[in-house]
Write a protein that binds this ligand. Structure first.
Ligand SMILES: Cc1cc2nc3c(=O)[nH]c(=O)nc-3n(C[C@H](O)[C@H](O)[C@H](O)COP(=O)(O)OP(=O)(O)OC[C@H]3O[C@@H](n4cnc5c(N)ncnc54)[C@H](O)[C@@H]3O)c2cc1C
Length: 302
């Protein structure tokens, strides 16, 4: 807790004063670079090991239109760059980076502008799920996007939210492409499970629902108990390894990913890059205290 506090304080100070001096030294454990050019060789190296990628250009809670417009242009450039570089990578976005805090219909236009290009390129855009203030709007915009752009877009659902079972049933019926994760934001008891045992049980229940009701669920976790459970469940129910994929975050459990790939499972790593790494980095530190030690050890490596 103390370390989390010290890091939290250091990071907050960074935002104000030495933001440009310390940044990447802290974040490089979880962030593949500050530019596409820095991230691309890491993506290629993972592709060479048969691991697919989803690239996330970091940023969220944008509050002015110029920044949101730039984010859309940068994401369109990213789609073009992935195509030109021949990388096996989709993209993940956050709606608050495309202007959801500014105006929903403006955000919809931005999302559709990005999806137009994704469709032209035969690409795929995953809409990450943010804090519960945005759940309803995110799902509703996703539904509209899905209606127009079909399987060029997908969504994320969080196992800790009480509403998730209902969302899965509704979205599965539409043929949605769903990533399931535990959920990374601090949420009140009224809307979300708090106890890890219950969150794991919900994750298992929802995984079995997704395997039964959707074509190709994306199972996003680093948790061995869940990974082993999914493997066993699929085997027992005669569900092929080609019916789902495991997803993990860049910088975490790469050996486990390689081992899963070697055993014939489909694997995808979520690779964030960019200069706006602070909120993402904070979430990684808050969810697992061991991540602080990873960061410290990385700082002393070149
Ligand atoms: C690809 C991907 C996309 C995501 N997208 C979203 C999103 O859109 N919205 C959202 O809210 N959240 C998202 N998340 C974050 C997610 O909700 C969780 O906060 C995060 O994954 C931590 O939960 P966990 O199940 O991975 O493991 P944790 O709950 O952190 O850990 C559980 C157990 O797993 C094992 N473990 C975990 N990490 C490690 C490690 N590095 N090394 C060794 N053992 C480990 C340990 O035994 C640990 O006790 C995403 C996660 C992934 C992997």
């Amino acid at each position: 807790m103390l370390l989390l506090f010290i890091f939290g304080t250091a990071i907050d100070r960074q935002r104000n004063s030495y933001c440009m001096k310390l940044p990447y030294l802290f974040a490089k454990r979880f962030v593949a670079g500050e530019t596409f050019q820095q991230a691309a060789p890491k993506v290629r190296a993972l592709n060479d090991q048969k691991i697919k990628i989803t690239l996330d250009l970091l940023g969220e809670n944008v509050s002015d239109r110029q920044m949101a417009d730039e984010a859309v242009s940068n994401y369109i450039d990213l789609l073009n760059e992935i195509e030109e570089a021949g990388l096996e990578s989709t993209i993940s976005i956050k709606l608050t980076m495309l202007g959801l805090d500014i105006d929903e219909s403006y955000c919809r236009d931005n999302l559709f502008r990005l999806l137009e290009r994704a469709k032209e390129l035969g690409q795929f855009v995953r809409i990450d799920m943010e804090g519960s203030d945005y759940t309803e709007q995110t799902i509703s915009l996703y539904k509209e996007a899905h209606q127009r752009y079909g399987n060029h877009t997908g969504i994320v659902l969080q196992a800790y939210l009480h509403r998730t079972e209902e969302d899965i049933r509704e979205l599965a019926e539409m043929g949605a492409d769903i990533r399931l994760c535990k959920g990374a934001y601090k949420e009140p008891e009224r809307i979300a499970l708090q106890d890890m045992k219950l969150i794991r049980q919900a994750f298992k229940d929802y995984t079995s629902l997704l395997l039964a009701q959707t074509r190709y669920p994306r199972i996003a976790t680093h948790d061995d108990e869940l990974i082993e459970w999914v493997k066993e469940y699929a085997k027992e129910h005669d569900i092929g390894k080609d019916r789902f994929e495991f997803q993990m975050l860049y910088g975490l459990r790469e050996e486990t990913m390689l081992d899963l790939t070697e055993k014939g499972y489909n694997c995808r790593i979520y690779v964030p890059y960019g200069t706006m790494w602070l909120p993402y980095f904070k979430r990684r530190l808050m969810e697992r205290k061991e991540n602080i030690w990873f960061v410290l050890s990385t700082m002393f490596k070149s």
